[in-house]
Write a protein of this length. Sequence first.
Length: 511
Amino acid sequence: MSLAAHLPALQVVLPLLSAPLAVLLRHGGLAFAIVTAGAWSAFAAAIALWLQVGETGAISYHIGNWPPPWGIEYRVDRLASFILLLVAGTAAVVLPYSRASIAREIPRELHYLYYAMFGLCLAGLLGIVVTGDAFNIFVFLEISSLSTYVMIALGRDRRALAASYRYLIMGTIGATFFVIGIGFLYLMTGTLNLVDLAERMRSVESSRPVLAALAFITVGVSLKLALFPLHQWLPNAYTYAPSAVTAFLAATATKVSVYVLIRFWYSVFGETLIFHRLPLPQILLLLSLAAMFAASFTAIFQDNLKRLFAYSSVGQIGYITLGMSFDSVSGLTAAVVHLFNHGITKAAIFLLIGGLVVGLAKPDAHRDAPAGSRDAVPPAPTFDRLAGLAQRMPLTCFGIVVAGLSLIGVPGTAGFVGKWYLILAAMEKGQFWIVGAILLSSLLAVAYVWRFVEVAYFRSPPAGCARCEPPPGLLIPAWLLVGATVWFGLDTSVTLGTALDVARQLVKVGA
């Protein structure tokens, strides 16, 4: 059997093996090389799988040659291959950035541990997407979550520990709800394979244990994806985690959780139960609108730029779940394409903010300062420090503005594509008030992006401040993602084309 036939397994195995090797070597440079090699190999495998699925259809890989449902199956369809591209591609960009950023944000003796946790987190997220087994989703979810808690806590700011602890508590509750739901499904069907589960579900879908399973899984996954009002862990986690960690999580962790919700709602429970027998779409619609307005409104009044865009993430998740609340091809297309486009946009923003923090820091202040001291903690990107920043960091500031335009949904940027299809989905349903809500909430995005523009471009910098653009190791990865934000706004053949294929495959009723 050729190597290409094992790509679904290699997708997970390569980054998973890099993590223990990084711990065994206990050397930051070697750990970086090994984990980066694993991430780039996973990205190459993701590209190959996306191309193969586009040509031949879904791929079923049997672990140990045991056919499902008796054995564990890795299954890669059009949706899974698209999410694999986002997760592995983001990791491939963020890891080179990490080499320069963690030197200033994480104590040197912990660098190898950061890379080990990154490899574990990447393997867990890829495993969630690629596995076709419900319990395996829980296992990989825990692998990614536990490593995420550690990565957040590695920051020099002691508030990162509290943020990590809060995320741990809420993440554990979410995972517990999810596994309880899986237990109910196994009790009623006797299988954990997702395809087999969907087939057996039809005879028991109206039973109380199945409805309880749906409730547990929906709430558990909603905690993980930070659906309003279950988002309380996210602002602090994104604000106090190291910059590379924030960028990676913002682009991948919540997006993979959305993928899990889509997978269970459309592929396992089915549209008839979700959209026609239960009020779940109406509930999701209300929560999505609340996120779009409440989180975006809260973002306007944040003094910390990183925290501002953390609340923005909660609002943007609302747009994704809003698309899911429509039982239509256009609605699901909007959800899937906005999931991908927002991932690369927000990763670009947080990478640029990380470079901004490095530019604001005192040269080498982190090197000799004792852990926990004021000089050891990188300066927070508060607005009082950003006055006239565009004169000192023109490339960084312009990149944040371009990515901010994508959050607003300006034509020519990636963020416009998802919002346009949301508007189409609302118009198809005759719900023109939702069109107005999308436009009004986008004005809130204008307000919080303008706060940065006004401070950085229209205020005078402090006297004696010289140009302090971050080093190329930080700028180049960030600008790769900024370029992708514009590219996928102009050429939608990959993103929108794939999202349309996914929606047409999953949406049966009203397609």
